[in-house]
Design a protein around this ligand. Structure first.
Ligand code: NAD
Length: 688
């Protein structure tokens, strides 16, 4: 027995306690401890497996992935459970996830603390459960219910698991005491348990037409992602093949998927989302300032969503508007948003009222005197913001953080309007702010570690994923997508229609193509930016000149029917063809591959520049921004991951090719790309 497993005999019940807190991953020592513990239990009538720390077990130890397997494997441990002459009971508190749940499923019985969560999230890491989960769960609860859990990767509560049939009892009170009593009761009653592996009652006679219909509905939203398909295949094997062959099928699917590019991408993002929270240059011991309440200035599109995020997470918040009318409208929009969620059954009406009560409104800027944090979300105008920050600095308590939600303006210029530049940061939310998880925290040149730590702490408390970025036009996300826009215009001039470009990007896995996204955001915004910068985009300008501002005017790059379905519009095609002709460009057929490369490469090149400038600390920061704020599919790993997968020499050569072919200087490879290509380097390891 090793330090990761503790054992204790209670009469004829042998307790094995997994001691690898906080989450009890099933590292080699734990698996060995279970195997030895089962031997040591000889003579006992039952074994009770329970966990220390926060949860029963979070499953496999991800850092052991890709390394040579050290025995015993989980299936070997499960075989030892099956061979144990008495019964083996899993007692679950917190969560049992992945391999942790598979361990429980391999036991004779399972009991759980109230509210414990049970799930098989492997699909979200790009593979299938690999230790029998796809074969045992269907045998316990039926194939279709199991498929729901396995394909979505979403955990279910212990209470729901009892109803489904894979938890035997929910036990309130001290779990070990209660589980011992439950097991003793089962022994005394002479209750017989059949291992999942030996059951067929729930899968026999499965209606395959119904199975396939369920599979199709679950796979509808997964686009090009492979692991959900693998999960369906594994569950199908549970129904159509004997156990041993089903387990073999599961192992094959697991091995193939885990070695694939999509799983690498998903694990890159999974680890990356933890990595971004370790901010280089931020001392580990810096304490965030206390924030018990917040004020948001401006109750427009963004201010309302930001305020909702606070209320959604139990933090009192006040929105300040210029006049009573605007305030009323802003708060009504928040209520309408919540009401929609109530209407779809995803929010209880009482919970909506609790949240709404936390969100107050005011037209008096003086309210900031009594708050711990101010987030400004007024018009994007530097003079307006500077004047406002001078007021905020005067009215708010000294020592509190003043944040701006600006998308493009200079945080240092805003900070300079105050006498506390060290406490001014950007908190750049993404629309809709109550939904989108990304929060870019912009570090100005004077921003203190405490101010950054405060913004990060608040971000976490309101359910956001914070990425700290440097101060520049567009920060990371918008700056990179901005470099894609000129290529969109050129592709349209040379031969594409909006639907061609969106189709390619959506086939790649993006939630929405760039032109449909433009229609959603409003095309007049881009036009205003071009006017301000003195740039032209003949086709985009002509579309806006035709009064096509996007969804808000019912037409933009597409026309929209009453259900907001987008439809290709002959008028747009005419504008595009006319413009090409005027520009004397001979339109040609453009391959999907070229479309994809011309949209991704400019972003990668700008990403490299962002790394060179230190605006992002690491390539993973950039990838996390795109996955959480720009609808980039996690299974593609983000733009920098894509570039690494292409290989930097290929990226450099293609950039050179397109820079020449399209006359876009932005596509000339940056020094960092040249260097990595020369040295055989990768973004993922490079810190500029
Ligand atoms: P908006 O026009 O919807 O809202 C701005 C609100 O601020 C209006 O309701 C206005 O009445 C109010 N306001 C203006 N001056 C004020 C003052 N002095 N005191 C109180 N209220 C005042 O604009 P928005 O889209 O919410 O954008 C707000 C900010 O967020 C801008 O800086 C913008 O760049 C940034 N941003 C916008 C998005 C987006 O997608 N819309 C995304 C990220 C960041």
């Amino acid at each position: 027995m090793n330090e990761f497993m503790r054992q204790q005999r209670h009469g004829n019940i042998h307790v094995l306690r997994i001691a690898n807190p906080p989450v009890n991953t099933l590292r080699t020592d734990v698996r060995a401890g279970l195997a030895e513990g089962l031997k040591a239990a000889a003579g006992a009538k039952a074994v009770l497996i329970i966990g220390d720390g926060r949860m029963f077990s979070a499953g496999a130890e991800m850092t052991e992935f890709g390394k040579p397997r050290v025995p015993p494997s989980l299936p070997e441990v499960f075989a030892a459970i099956a061979e144990f002459p008495g019964i083996v009971v899993a007692a679950i508190h917190g969560s049992a996830l992945g391999g942790g749940l598979e361990l429980a499923l391999a036991c004779h019985a399972r009991v759980a603390a109230p509210g414990a969560m049970l799930g098989l999230p492997e699909v979200k890491r790009g593979f299938v459960p690999g230790a029998g989960g796809t074969q045992r769960l269907p045998r316990l609860i039926g194939a279709e219910a199991a498929m729901d859990i396995i394909v979505t990767g979403e955990p279910v509560s212990a209470e729901r698991a009892v109803a489904l049939g894979f938890i035997d009892a929910v036990l309130p009170g001290e779990l070990e005491v209660e589980a011992l009593a439950w097991t003793r009761g089962a022994l005394e009653a002479g209750r017989r348990f059949t291992l999942a592996a030996n059951r067929v009652d729930r899968i026999a006679g499965q209606d395959m037409a119904s199975f396939e219909a369920k599979a199709a509905s679950l796979l509808k939203r997964t686009r090009g992602q492979e692991s959900p398909r693998g999960c369906v295949e594994a569950v199908r094997a549970a129904v159509t093949l004997p156990l041993e062959q089903g387990l073999q099928k599961e192992r094959e699917l697991f091995a193939a998927l885990v070695a694939g590019e999509q799983s690498k991408a998903l694990r890159h993002i999974f680890f990356g989302e933890r990595e971004v929270l370790r901010v280089p240059g931020l001392p580990a011991d810096v304490k965030p300032l206390p924030v018990a309440r917040a004020v948001v200035i401006g109750a427009g599109t963004m201010g309302g969503g930001i305020a909702m995020s606070f209320a959604n997470h139990g933090i009192p918040v006040t929105v300040v508007e210029r006049d009573a009318g605007a305030l009323e409208k802003g708060i009504a929009r928040c209520r309408a948003n919540w009401q929609r969620t109530v209407d779809t059954g995803r929010l209880a009406a009482a919970e909506m009222e609790r949240r709404a009560a936390l969100l107050k409104g005011s037209t008096d800027i003086g309210t900031v005197a009594d708050t711990d944090l101010v987030i400004e979300a007024v018009f994007e105008d530097i003079e307006v913001k500077k004047a406002l920050f001078a007021d905020l600095d005067r009215l708010a308590r000294p020592g509190i953080v003043l944040a701006s939600n600006t998308s493009t303006l200079d945080i240092d210029a805003i900070a300079s309007a105050t006498r506390r530049p060290e406490l001014v940061v950007g908190m750049h939310f993404f629309s809709p702010a109550n939904v989108m998880r990304l929060l870019e925290i912009v570090r100005g040149k004077a921003s203190s570690a405490a101010a950054i730590a405060t913004a990060m702490d608040v971000g976490k408390r309101i359910g956001k994923l914070s990425v700290v970025v440097g101060n520049c036009d567009g920060f990371v996300g918008n700056r990179m997508t901005g470099k894609r826009t000129p290529q969109v215009e050129k592709l349209l001039q040379e031969g594409c229609l909006p639907q061609d470009i969106d189709r390619v990007m959506e086939a790649y896995g993006m939630a929405m193509g760039p032109l449909a996204t433009g229609d959603l955001a409003g095309l007049d915004i881009g036009a205003a930016v071009r006017r301000a910068r003195g740039t032209v985009a003949p086709i985009a300008d002509a579309v806006v000149a035709a009064g096509r501002f996007g969804q808000k005017t019912g037409k933009g790059w597409y026309r929209y029917d009453e259900k907001r379905t987008r439809l290709p519009d002959p008028e747009v095609e005419r504008i595009i063809l006319d413009t090409s002709e005027k520009l004397q460009i001979r339109r040609r057929a453009i391959s999907d591959q070229e479309i994809l490369e011309r949209l991704l490469l400019p972003m990668v090149n700008e990403g490299a520049r962002i790394l060179e400038e230190g605006v992002a600390a690491r390539a993973i920061d950039i990838d996390v921004v795109f996955v959480n704020g720009f609808g980039w599919p996690a299974w593609r790993g983000g733009p920098m991951f894509w570039a690494d997968a292409q290989g930097l020499p290929a990226v450099r050569d293609k950039l050179v090719h397109y820079a020449v072919a399209t006359g876009d200087d932005n596509l000339r490879p940056t020094d960092l790309i040249e260097k990595l290509a020369r040295e055989g380097g990768r973004f993922s390891a490079a810190i500029a």
